[in-house]
Design a protein around this ligand. Structure first.
Ligand code: NAD
Ligand code: UD1
Length: 337
């Protein structure tokens, strides 16, 4: 049985479906601080069976021990964490507490129960402002905000754990920019309040909830001056986790892998692709750069292919189409429509 922490969230809920597709059994553990039970109900609807769920906080050892008492957990996919960069600057202690302390508690309880296999959600944010692109896993690491630092600290903590005890099997997955949604339109990204990230901002503009997109800067050194990122379909990302879980038993060292497509699209490329598939006009204005943003970030995904036998398959049009289907069918996300 696989324990999926943060499994009610955006990437976790999509991963549950792909685990089930591969016949892998799982239990979700989530404190619902950034999600709701509705996402799991919909996962149940898609997979045609109940989802095992325990509500609890990764910082609470009693909550965690309950899962190990109830289920025979073989490995953990660890999504649970706070992820908003701006908020992390305002509330650094909350981020260090939730993400870093939470992961330490999780690992302690895992070790007490002799479960030592973990796949961790890291981020391309650990590459800071890369000196060049595409980005390979051996690039220098740096970060400019508390959220990014939690990812770097946790990567180091998990590496130290392996050094101290080679029974640990650790996979660090560095995600690029996940967008898109499950084909059914039943599950997708449901940010609280006004979205910070590009795709939810665009799709909420398309559905009429927001007036206009602000494009943060058009004077970057990119093909059209707007920021370039490696957008990856969340279902491709979810499939990457299945490959990681299938690989984990054979590890002899900590494995660190980029999950991206290798293709970079600008903000305006995404606006155009979204307009084409949705047949909606996205009003936008060019504004100042956002603090902390970088010009260009995209992965070299070749290591993922060689080591996990995984590569992203879904196109940018498909990502926009699926984001749009989710948003138009659920204008208010999981809240009552
Ligand atoms: P999300 O917020 O939708 O999902 C995270 C889930 O974890 C939520 O359901 C939340 O309720 C839960 N959670 C948070 N703190 C918890 C705690 N203390 N105990 C139990 N549950 C807790 O976010 P997501 O986009 O699905 O991201 C999943 C992971 O991937 C996060 O660790 C995030 O930092 C990482 N990541 C996300 C992105 C992205 O763009 N979405 C990019 C890189 C890395
Ligand atoms: C952001 C985070 C990063 C995190 C990632 C996924 C920052 C500085 N970085 O990455 O740490 O891992 O989300 O959660 O917050 N854009 C606009 N207008 C908008 C929103 C975004 O022009 O309203 C532009 C940005 O300038 C950027 C691109 O769109 O060029 C993508 O932005 P976003 O979706 O926020 O992702 P990142 O900045 O790559």
């Amino acid at each position: 049985m696989i324990l999926v922490t943060g499994g009610a969230g955006y990437i976790g809920s999509h991963t549950c479906i792909e685990l089930d597709n591969e016949g892998l059994d799982f239990v979700v553990f989530d404190n619902l601080c950034n999600s709701s039970k509705e996402s799991l109900k919909r996962v149940s609807q898609i997979i045609g069976k109940d989802v095992k769920f325990i509500e609890g906080d990764i910082r609470n050892e009693t909550d965690l021990q309950k899962i190990f008492d109830l289920y025979d957990i073989d490995s953990v996919i660890h999504f649970a964490g706070l992820k908003a960069v701006g908020e992390s600057i305002e509330k650094p202690l909350a981020y260090y507490d939730n993400n870093v302390i939470g992961t330490i508690k999780l690992c302690e309880v895992m070790a007490q129960n002799n479960c030592k296999k973990i796949v961790f959600s890291s981020s391309a944010t650990v590459y800071g402002d890369p000196h060049t692109t595409p980005i390979t896993e051996d690039f220098p690491l740096s970060t400019t905000n508390p959220y990014g630092r939690t990812k770097l600290f946790i990567e180091d903590i998990l590496k130290d754990l392996f050094t101290s005890d080679h029974e640990w099997k650790v996979i660090l997955l560095r995600y690029f920019n996940p967008i898109g949604a499950h084909k059914s339109g039943l599950i997708g990204e449901d940010p609280n309040g006004i979205p910070n990230n590009l795709m939810p901002y665009i799709s909420q503009t398309a559905v009429g909830k927001l007036e206009q997109l602000s494009v943060f800067g058009d004077d970057y050194d990119t093909h059209d001056g707007t920021g370039v990122r490696d957008y990856i379909h969340v279902v491709d990302l979810a499939e990457g986790h299945v490959k990681a879980i299938e690989k984990i038993d054979s590890l002899e060292n900590v494995l660190t892998v980029n999950l991206g497509t290798g293709k970079g699209y600008s903000v305006l490329d995404i606006v155009k692709a979204f307009e084409k598939v949705s047949e909606k006009k996205i009003p936008y204005k060019i504004t100042a750069r956002r603090n902390g943003d970088i010009a260009k970030c995209f992965a070299d995904p070749s290591y993922a292919k060689s080591v996990l036998g995984w590569e992203a398959k879904r196109s940018i049009d498909e990502m926009c189409e699926d984001s749009w289907r989710w948003q138009s069918k659920n204008p208010n996300g999981y809240k009552n429509n």
